[in-house]
Design a protein around this ligand. Structure first.
Ligand code: SF4
Ligand code: SF4
Ligand code: ZN
Length: 469
């Protein structure tokens, strides 16, 4: 049983969910007293009582959004977010700003928010059976493969393009999207669609490890540019491999990386962080740095949606890993290679929704970005982007800084940046509706409408998948 302190200063009021009945209820975000202050989220369900969970193990890494009062950004933009301790400004509920009072449905709200990343599920089944699968994908290959028709996928993406103008990042997901029989055709269509800037392919890597022809075809498309694999990668340690994926896939993942290196396919390692690999995060970073094609590591604290709620004892206050745990883990394990200042929250969406850090691969070795610039000062520039390139950093006005000189001197390119990206999705325990109301990571649902990733996979009774059944 985790100990929860009783006293604390309220940081903001929000709406949360009861972990037992999953219904919406009033929530309060507050911080504990004392030097090693933590941030908690409490809520009170009229039927099931009070529940509290720690949402930031260190209050220095929790951020309050000021909303869009400056008028310079999109609705709900948090570009003027301040870290706790520097500014105690209370968060503003962006939904009020976009017209909840005018009776907007949640999906209508997503239509007016900025879409930094749009994810579409193209296959419902998978060739693995991970106990932690957020998509709760059933096993199914061959005749049992459940793939969405190509025309349907393209029609839904076109619908979003028509409504939103462009998609900065389109993420193909599943299930296991590499199983889709028309995947290569879809990638060609995406490549020829000028309103889609970049394509990510979520994959467990099995097809890339086992199918030479598939690897070659993906290689051809990757070398055209604007394409990256998001390779599921759970770490190099023994612990937790089978618990996370139902099998030990470490050998297979190394094989995938070796094959991607040969074919020059850019890869981001996508790691679900749990108690087993939390103390091995820097090993993952070091592993990624060994491969020129590896563009970074995306770290996602494990959340309990999809397949997981069945296994979750909802009445036990459980520890939820959070952004602070990951930042502290990375920095402490890195033997001074990384510093806390290398991380900054992304200012689009709610600042607690994504944190980014950079390492630079220079001819002088791997360097932390904060050796060269005050990364936190780039908040305004980082807005509305998930994908960053070094040339972007250069154009932010840092030409006259040490970073600018370094970039210039060594003609550094995209492959010289190694990105650490922390993405804490929410489940009922950590649910803060303020974050949903600013959400910039959207799923293109089967009906073509957009939904927040967190809500789409939440399993809540009032979400799309449950309402339609
Ligand atoms: S997590 Fe990915 S690889 Fe695992 S079952 Fe789900 S879709 Fe398949
Ligand atoms: S999907 Fe969830 S974590 Fe991501 S931006 Fe939306 S609310 Fe935040
Ligand atoms: Zn309840």
């Amino acid at each position: 049983m985790l100990e929860i302190p009783q006293l604390g200063e309220t940081l903001k009021e929000t709406r949360s969910r009861c972990p037992e009945c999953l219904k919406e209820c009033e929530g309060r975000v507050w911080k504990s007293e004392g030097e090693k202050s933590k941030v908690y989220l409490s809520r009170s369900c009229p039927e099931h009582g009070d529940t509290t969970v720690c949402i930031a193990s260190d209050a220095r890494f929790y951020w309050l959004s000021k909303g869009s009062d400056d008028g310079g950004c999109g609705v709900g933009c948090a570009c003027s977010a301040d870290p706790l301790g520097m500014d105690g400004t209370l968060g503003k509920n962006a939904l009020a700003a976009v017209g909840e009072d005018a009776g907007k449905q949640p999906e209508e709200v997503m239509e007016v928010l900025s879409t930094c990343l749009a994810l579409i599920e193209i296959v419902d089944s998978c060739n693995l059976s991970c106990p932690t699968c957020f998509a709760a994908s059933p096993v199914g290959v061959g005749a049992k493969l459940d793939a969405k028709p190509l025309e349907d996928i393209i029609m839904r993406v076109k619908g979003v393009l028509k409504r939103k103008g462009n998609i900065e990042i389109l993420q193909l997901s599943g299930g296991e999207p590499s199983l889709h029989p028309d995947l290569l055709e879809l990638l060609d269509w995406i490549d020829g669609e000028p309103r889609i800037d970049y394509c990510l392919l979520n994959t467990n890597g099995v097809m890339l490890a086992k199918d030479d022809n598939f690897l070659t075809e993906i290689g051809k498309r990757a070398r055209r540019g604007n394409f990256q694999l998001y390779l599921q990668f759970d770490g190099l340690q023994d612990a937790g491999q089978k618990e996370l994926r139902g099998a030990d896939l470490r050998k297979l993942k190394k094989e995938v990386m070796n094959r991607c290196e040969r074919e020059q396919i850019p890869v981001t390692l996508a790691t679900t962080v749990n108690e087993d690999n939390l103390s091995h995060l820097w090993e993952i970073v070091e592993f990624g740095l060994e491969y020129a094609v590896c563009r970074g590591v995306a770290m996602q604290p494990m959340f309990l949606s999809g397949r997981n709620p069945e296994n979750d004892d909802t009445r036990t206050p459980v520890r939820r890993l959070n952004t602070a745990d990951i930042i502290i883990g990375c920095v402490e394990q890195s033997d001074k290679m990384l510093r806390y200042e290398d991380f900054t929250p992304l200012p689009c969406g709610d600042p607690n929704c994504a944190t980014i850090g950079y390492l630079l691969r220079t001819p002088l070795g791997v360097k932390s970005i904060s050796e060269f610039i005050d990364f936190s000062q780039l908040q305004g520039f980082l807005r509305d982007k998930v994908r960053y390139e070094l040339s972007d950093l250069q154009s932010c006005g840092c030409e006259n800084t040490e970073l600018g000189e370094l970039l210039h001197q060594f003609e550094m390119k995209e492959e010289h940046a190694f990105r650490l990206f922390i993405k804490p999705f929410m489940d009922a325990w950590t649910w803060d509706q303020d974050r949903i109301d600013r959400c910039c990571t959207h799923v293109i649902r089967p009906d073509g409408k957009l939904d927040s990733f967190c809500r789409y996979y939440s399993g809540f009774p009032d979400t799309f998948s449950n309402l339609k059944s």
